[in-house]
Design a protein around this ligand. Sequence first.
Ligand code: CAA
Length: 261
Amino acid sequence: MQETINSVVLTEYPAQYVALVRLNRPEARNALNNEVRRQLAHVFTELSGNADIRAIVLTGGDEVFAAGADIKDMTTATTISMYQRHAERYWQAIADCPKPIIAAVNGYALGGGCELAMHADIIIAGEGARFGQPEVKVGVMPGAGGTQRLIRAVGKFQAMRLLFTGCMVKAPEALRMGLVSEMVADGETVARAVEMAQEIAKMPPIAIAQIKEVVLSGMDLPLDAALTLERKAFQLLFSSQDQKEGANAFVEKRTPNYQGE
Ligand code: CAA
């Protein structure tokens, strides 16, 4: 089944409980203009509230995941126009998504494209994928979380190298650096991401949502506060029917059937 929501962001449903969100602006190498960002925010907001979806795969094209913010738009942009478009509200819709997001990256993930991939929870890269934050080469710097998410993913010394030089790193290096979760053959990126999404979709959805919330919120808290957050979330799961289902299925030696309740 395929439902075309709009022109530049497509949503497909390749398996039960799994949505596949695809950037579709090939003529501009999937550059993220305001319309792409607006449609991405719309799609992620809808999927966030859709109980039939338990995992989301986010991808671009075969040659380019996304070439970053739209540089052509920047030629006339002013401080006030950049402020008034409030792109952060669109990005926030993706950052706030409580469901697991798996980015399936083929080709270039540059600038805002790399930042978009870093909004995901897991990144599966094709062997030919290339990642970079080349904003400095066009006179600016990352503006959608690149400085902060990159340093958290790869540490100061790799982040600074990428941010200061604008260099691209190929998938094997990105994997070694911790910017990529898994590398597969280029033709298998989306299939592998959907397979992993299906695996995650079989897990108890409330536990998955709590893991995501605690990992992301806890990362920036002092350790004691983060451990308290974890403990409270762990305890909360004992109110879920899925917790009983998981424990009973183990004891009865059968496969659990999680309902998200
Ligand atoms: N913005 C607008 N248009 C873009 C674009 C971008 N980021 N990237 C590519 N395009 C357009 C090109 O201008 C070109 O359009 P025309 O046909 O009208 O000339 C078309 O897409 C094809 O591009 P190329 O001919 O360059 O394609 P290629 O396959 O040879 O190269 C590429 C692909 C390596 C991705 C190259 O296009 C490129 O380097 N793009 C720019 C990458 C970049 O600097 N990104 C950072 C943007 S700033 C940012 O992202 C800020 C932020 O943090 C939010």
